[in-house]
Ligand binder design. Structure first.
Ligand code: S3P
Length: 173
């Protein structure tokens, strides 16, 4: 198979890391999770980075991290849910590989994240409302991504199969 990168993006809870890991093993690529990389480099969890340094600082780390890793070859990269909403990041990712947007409906996302404490943008009460509001705000941008897969009713294997299909068609294998 070709050594192009695949960049998996999409809202929190759409399955980016789970799908990315499985995809990487299936395709013989290396998997990188941007949030984990940022946590390692900062020596802090994402909630602590948000709390101690703020969202702006976190977005700067995302940009720096993406710049470093996107130029590598043969990677599957799972971004954070907000990373590619920034145009410069999207253009870089798109230049260095195939960008796939994973989607899911708000009910599914809520059921996946209802006990989660690691997403500062959804912390506190009314998690479902926070999910719905943030999805609304991001919808216009997410809708512009050329390749998207709704993961709500699919297994990981099915999603990976679809991504491999898109990859083959795009790079004409
Ligand atoms: C964010 C998503 C999170 C993480 C941070 C901000 C976002 O990643 O990067 O909490 O803005 O959507 P996941 O999508 O992997 O949860």
């Amino acid at each position: 198979m070709l050594s192009k990168n695949i960049i998996i993006t999409g809202f929190m809870g759409t399955g980016k890391s789970t799908v990315g890991k499985y995809l990487a093993v299936t395709m013989g690529k290396q998997f990188l999770d941007m949030d984990s990389l940022i946590e390692e480099r900062e020596g802090k969890s994402i909630p602590d980075i948000f709390q101690q340094k703020g969202e702006k600082y976190f977005r700067m780390l995302e940009k720096k991290t993406l710049k470093k890793i996107a130029k590598e070859k043969n990677m599957v990269i799972a971004t954070g849910g907000g990373t590619l909403l920034e145009e410069e990041n999207y253009l870089l990712a798109e230049k260095e590989g195939l960008v796939i947007l994973l989607k899911a409906n708000s009910t599914v996302i809520f059921s996946r994240l209802k006990s989660d404490e690691d997403r500062p943008l959804l912390s506190g009460n009314n998690k479902l409302n926070k999910i719905i509001d943030l999805m609304k705000k991001r919808k216009e941008k997410y809708d512009c991504f050329p390749y998207s897969i709704d993961t709500s009713d699919l297994t990981v294997e099915q999603i990976v199969g679809k991504i491999i299909g898109i990859y083959r068609r795009k790079y004409d294998e």
